[in-house]
Design a protein around this ligand. Sequence first.
Ligand SMILES: Nc1ncnc2c1ncn2[C@@H]1O[C@H](COP(=O)(O)OP(=O)(O)OP(=O)(O)O)[C@@H](O)[C@H]1O
Ligand SMILES: [Mg+2]
Length: 664
Amino acid sequence: HRPGGDMNRFYSMQMEEPQNGKVNESFRFVAEVKKDVWRDSREEQSEPTCSLSVRKISYTVSERVGPWWDLPSYRKRWTRQILNDVSFHVDSGQIMGILGNSGSGKTTLLDAISGRIGNQGTLLGEVFVNGRKLKQEQYQDCFSYVLQSDNLLSYLTVEETLTYTAQLALRKHSAEAIKKKVSAVMAELSLSHVAHSVIGGQVFPGISGGERRRVSIASQLLQDPRVILLDEPTTGLDSMTANQIVVLLAELARRNRIVIVTIHQPRSELFRVFNRIAIMSRGELVFCGQTEEMVDFFSQCGYECPEYCNPFDIYVDFTSVDTRSSEREAATFTRMHEITSAYQRSTIYQSMLEKMEQSLQRSDKPAIPFKSKESPSGAAKLGVLLRRTARNLSRDRMGVLMRLSQNLIYGLFVAFFVIHLDLDVTKGAVQDRIGIIYQSIGASPYTGMLNAVALFPALRAISDQESQDGLYTKWQMFLAYIFHILPLSILSVFIFTSFLYWLVIMGMHPEGLRFLCFTAVVLVPHVIGELLTVVLLGVVQDPNMVNTGVALLNIAGIVVGSGFLRGTQQMPQVFQWLSYLTFQKYSCELLIVTEFYDLQFTCNNSTSLPGACVVTHGNQIIEEGYPGALSRYTLDFVLLYAFLPALLLLGIISFKIRDKVVRH
Ligand SMILES: Nc1ncnc2c1ncn2[C@@H]1O[C@H](COP(=O)(O)OP(=O)(O)OP(=O)(O)O)[C@@H](O)[C@H]1O
Ligand SMILES: [Mg+2]
């Protein structure tokens, strides 16, 4: 492969004939390639090595009739048919375009074919590859599916993105082989000239939308799939880029693959690029056949394509149901049904069914062509994921800076408020210390939570998609996320506690060991805040709900567990038991001991307040408020840190549940 081959060819075409004003060069380019595709595909089609047959796919969902506040109608359910008896057959070397207006069921059809349909509805029908019926677990190993949205890490370059995907998918390949493969795929998709550019995202610019689409396609091609499904790969792109992508896909198909794309408003020049066209309307396959057959078929039905009109648009119009008024809806619905029945009576449909039957009845069925998938071991995948997320994060300078400074900034508030810790009990020696402990434990989970809510949903979307592609399981991404942020969390808490302990609040125990204990304790709530949020994001889709949930849990935990709002001994028995389940109980006890143990207070006797000098020693505070805390110091540490593996385990379970519930 010559790097950037297609692009060069395209540009050179434009350079050669710049004066020819009458003919648009990009049309000419498409025409040239189209001829190639047409000719070669005919040649290669003589002996197809792979075929895809879809037989009688129907999908129905059951929906509630009314909204939840209207109980009588909410109780009733009605079934909605989203796909209705869809059957078609495609051979390798062919590219099939699925047209249809919005809501006609194109995406649902692709989901159904690729085995990714959610389990909310009932799916009937069968999918065969080479005449062999696919089992549920074989779908993801057979099909590559490029979703409508590009889920890519923004800070990685094109080459890095593809390399990491290759590393996740192909084990037996050496680093050198992976490099070669990535370069070949980049050349195939005209991405070589942007190999070292970052992908970009909403916050900062990167490669263009069309290039991003091609990166998504390229990541699927790394595994050499024989059947590629693409959902609207051209939507949102200018028509020239859209054309380039379709022509590229046609070339891919030509190399003995099956390519199925859903597409809106393809240009009429693509008419001959597609080998097959399917038109969907209201979940029905209104027509599916070769492009020349399409024109004849519609003419025979009495729907001629007027001159100078794009046949794709016209035929989609003829077959769409117009819901603007009930009369129109009835009329267009009848027309659609007429066309569908005409199609099902036609020889086009019958010969396709025959072809399908032939491939199903063959005695020497070729094996199912699976994607190359010598996937690495779980640990190796985790390693790749870890490196990938870490590199992505390391490029996000602002993100890293914010992460490191967020606790510190909040520490500044506390420090500014307290300014100096006194040892004199009449000047708030006890109250100020308890206040600082309360703030350190109570607020640090929030910063962790905010980080997770901001960062994790994007990674979750990527892991949803890639786990469906069979690259890894969702919980591996969860672990990679936690481990890659851990060093930053530790550093961030260390900066915060160092500042609070040594620089500003002169007056806390100036002992190295106590400082380390203080830091080690404050670290846990911060990490738990983030961990708990990510665990919940596994089972709850909406980050806002998770946000609220974690905040409420944290408030409840500090009220029940800390013993600051109400002494633990004074609480009802139930709350005393509950407090053992909160990490706040252990962390507060630990910080109280760390700070108050062996602390000698002073007391200004001149105060007129009776009993002001009753408390003279820190140990009194421990014995009164947290009896036995001193002897439990090590145990408390162990229990506090036990929350981390427990939450990790919970996270793995949560993401395993996600595997079952969320299809993509
Ligand atoms: N799980 C589901 N529950 C209820 N309705 C659904 C479900 N999945 C799809 N639908 C409905 O089925 C119809 C077809 O949806 P689909 O996404 O397949 O359309 P589409 O042809 O891809 O449209 P577009 O071109 O806009 O992407 C839509 O009306 C959609 O609301
Ligand atoms: Mg769609």
